[in-house]
Design a protein around this ligand. Structure first.
Ligand code: TXA
Ligand code: MG
Length: 314
């Protein structure tokens, strides 16, 4: 089992040695290692059991440092960086050759992000290399939103998990790319579409990738698997059709034994923060299937619906 602790210095030393740690961020926990060290990056793919065609996000603490590893910022990217970094936003930008092709699965652009959690930024500020960090879950499973989640699934392959508490956002970062003057969302996440449109003063295109050779291959259709059937529908009606069902609802109490009401006050941010923990809870309970609902298709509701659709995909 891994040690769980809050010793940033210890995490820095492990990363400098080219080894991996569990790293907190405001979105989800990452499986972190030196992105410039190919052996380390190979180890990330191995521990996560992730196919090498699915590229990794690199993390750093300032825009100045980010410029060491990217070719420059298109003007929309600059605007977005100013508005939303540090934060739950990842941008796909032309990489410099320092970034190993392994990190980007041979693609010319690297996914880069400046996380906002203080502990993470403190850690990253002490490193002169970017940190590659996919979500710290085995490929295809639900992302971890606490140190214990990382321990449960990858603890036997790590020596240290830096504990930054429960993730405040609870959904992965929004992945954004640029084509000419267009801004494209490749993964819905913690930064809302509406916020992006407001910042650039224009519409954005949503182009989620789901096939086998996409530009964000991690968006394969069946992802976020809780290991049990998930049905999205009218919960009350579905409850009459299924025995031994667990319920994950937005704000309504259905009075069943295995139930998570994500936000009784109907707050989408609160619901997002609790979603992955709820899926894990259902996985660990003895329910034979999970009933859930469609969320309002606005703001974080879009990303919640996306994760639920993927959890429900066969
Ligand atoms: O919130 C997050 O983004 C978390 C925390 C740890 O930062 N990380 C995360 O990483 O969710 P991961 O590896 O689970 O998801 C990364 C997503 C995948 O969908 C991947 O395909 C896409 O970003 N991606 C990474 N590099 C890419 C690239 N060069 N081009 C296109 N898509 C890329
Ligand atoms: Mg992931």
């Amino acid at each position: 089992m891994a040690e769980i602790g809050q010793d940033i210095q210890k995490a820095v030393e492990i990363l400098r040695r080219g080894e991996l740690i569990g790293m907190p961020t405001e979105t989800v926990y990452g499986l972190a290692g030196n992105a410039l060290n190919e052996k380390t990056v190979l180890e990330i793919f191995k521990v996560k059991n992730r196919p090498k065609f699915d590229p990794l996000i690199i993390h750093t603490d300032t825009l100045d440092k980010a410029q060491l590893w990217i070719q420059g910022l298109p003007h929309h990217a600059k605007r977005l960086a100013e508005a939303f970094w540090p934060g739950p936003m990842t941008m796909l930008l032309e990489k410099k050759s320092l970034i190993p092709d392994l990190v980007t699965s041979g693609l010319p652009r690297v996914a880069i992000r400046i996380p906002s959690l203080d502990m993470t930024r403190e850690l990253l500020s002490q490193l002169d290399f970017p940190v590659a960090a996919p979500s710290a879950n085995p490929f295809g499973f639900v992302s971890p939103t606490s140190a214990q989640h990382v321990q449960d699934q990858l603890g036997d392959q790590l020596s240290y998990i830096l504990d930054g508490g429960a993730c405040a956002v609870g959904l992965e970062s929004t992945v954004i790319g640029f084509e000419g003057n267009e801004v494209i969302i490749h993964r819905l996440g913690g930064l809302q579409l509406e916020q992006i449109e407001e910042a650039i003063g224009d519409k954005v295109k949503v182009q989620l990738n789901q096939s086998s050779n996409p530009s964000a291959p991690g968006m394969l259709k069946s992802h976020y698997s809780p290991g049990k059937p998930v049905i999205i529908g009218e919960i009350q009606e579905e409850l009459t059709k299924h025995e031994n069902a667990g319920v994950i609802s937005f704000d309504q109490d259905f009075g069943v034994k295995n139930q998570v009401v994500l936000s009784s006050k109907g707050d989408l941010a609160e619901a997002a923060a609790g979603l992955f923990a709820a899926l894990r809870k259902m996985r660990e309970s003895d329910v034979s299937l999970i009933l859930t609902q469609k969320f309002p298709d606005i703001g974080l509701g879009r990303a919640i619906n996306d994760r639920l659709r993927r959890a429900a995909a066969k």
